[in-house]
Design a protein around this ligand. Sequence first.
Ligand code: GCB
Length: 604
Amino acid sequence: MRRGAVVLLVLYAFRLSAETAPLIANVGARKTFSLDGVWNTIVDPYETGLSSHFYENAKPKTKSDLVEYDFDHSPKLKVPGDWNSQRESLLFYEGPMWYQRYFSYQKREHMRAFLYFGAANYLARVWLNGKKLGEHMGGFTPFDFEVTDQISDGENSVVVEVDNTRHAEGVPSIHTDWWNYGGLTRSVELVEVPETFVEDYSVQLAKGSTDQILISLKLNGIPLFPANAKGEMAPTVIIPELFVKEQCGDMQRFGVGEYLSCSVRAKPELWSPEKPRLYHVIIAAGEDHIADRIGFRTIQTRGTQILLNGKPIFLRGICLHEEAPFRGGRAFSEEDDRTLFTWAKELGANFVRLAHYPHNEAMVRLADQMGLLVWDEVPVYWEMDFQNPATLENAKAQLQDVITRDHNRAAVALWSLSNETPISPARNAFLKSMAEYARQLDNTRLITSASDKAEHPDDEHAALNDPLGEYLDVIGLNEYVGWYGKYRPADADKMQWTFKYPKPVIVSEFGGGAPYGMHGDKDTRFTEEYQANLYEHQLGMLQKIPALAGMTPWILMDFRSPRRTLVGIQDYYNRKGLISDRGQRKQAFYVLQKFYQEKAQEKH
Ligand code: GCB
């Protein structure tokens, strides 16, 4: 049997058993048909849909037939979009929701089709024309299914059950301080690709180098041979402005399913927040052509410093949830993303922490364009089932998906593994394993995690000795001196911090809550004055930390949280934003802005 045929057989077997297909990189650059818009939906709190076969989208054939559901006449929801913010009765709803829509399609010879979901929170089961395609777990990462064989010429019906029930063994687990927005929260697309296509690629500077670009790419489909004498079928990467045209893989090895790698010498102008230079990059293999815009930069640590392009940088950051300004709900549009980043820039930021889960892909691409370095995070948050191998597998799958999605973004400087997880041997082993996995997937970026496990031996000393630090490149510290616990804002003035591991420190959270417009003296909780005063004292304290390489205070904008019930003040919003959900700047915004303006002038 020819080698190609063997590979095909293996692949086919894999496709039959796989839950989801391998993730297609950069769907934005492919031929896509949008399935966004209005979908028919059935709220199914007792999950009768599975046993009643809602996925068949059946219709009574005779007047005596019993079919106890009817998508065509059911209420509708917009996709992309969470259900909670679209219908008042769904604000607190957690459970299964069935989505259905029709679409028409004309099959094209030698083309393959995939159904691609930007994200669905939390569990998604997908059927096309009554046949199950598979399932996906995890609310913030993309997934896709190949539908080449299942899709029909003409009308098709796709059904998705999305269930945002929280589970103890889930990632995240039961408790979070953010709204558990359910639904098809990001775009759904039908993606058309040639029989052989570039599934994934990475075009990045080699670790620590400024003149060697490493290329790796993975083909999906049948092998691209025989290539012609000029090797025109060979996967090729072209960067016109750098005069790069590089073939990857030799003539014998235009294999599929494996990474082909090569490297090329070039001297790109380096990407930085001040000058976010992006290059046009074309990846071509056989019939497939993808265009991307990629920036080149190095990110490293030296002692307790973070170096961008070899020079120390102070990360003037801010945390963000993926929540839409003005209209509320899960953010998904370019407009939402741009508003949030424009505010971050106005604050003087050169860095954003996208808490506590992967935000939409367009957001990270926008960071590339606008010059904001990014802390990308997975939702390993608070107490989790750290003993459970399936939980670890789930966390790793989410990490892999976000790395696959974002590994060409110059903006992404840090992969964050977790937030405020309680110390235990099982948790330490869990996060060690994740750190190793992250490095295996991408050895060019820095690994971090946010820990709040500081000790206060007395009122003048604070120490972060979390053993997790051993596995990280950068220590993330969340501390709420002046808000939680016994300390008031002024107590920060005499507090000295020490860190067990001699690595750069990012203070990844501090802050306090105040609804916009609530005023009083600086000692009165929940006033803008209290919040602003807290920031003044915090900034004084943090500047005394020699290893401080950056900070991302909590948080740019107020966001919904089911834990924040205080009537008249919180009303189910976490009010620690520097800006209200209506875009109003609070006093603390200007305190931080002034600090960042001064910081930006400093030489490192
Ligand atoms: C934290 C968490 C964050 C919360 C924040 C708060 O430590 O990391 O998710 O929202 O504190 O407001 O308490």
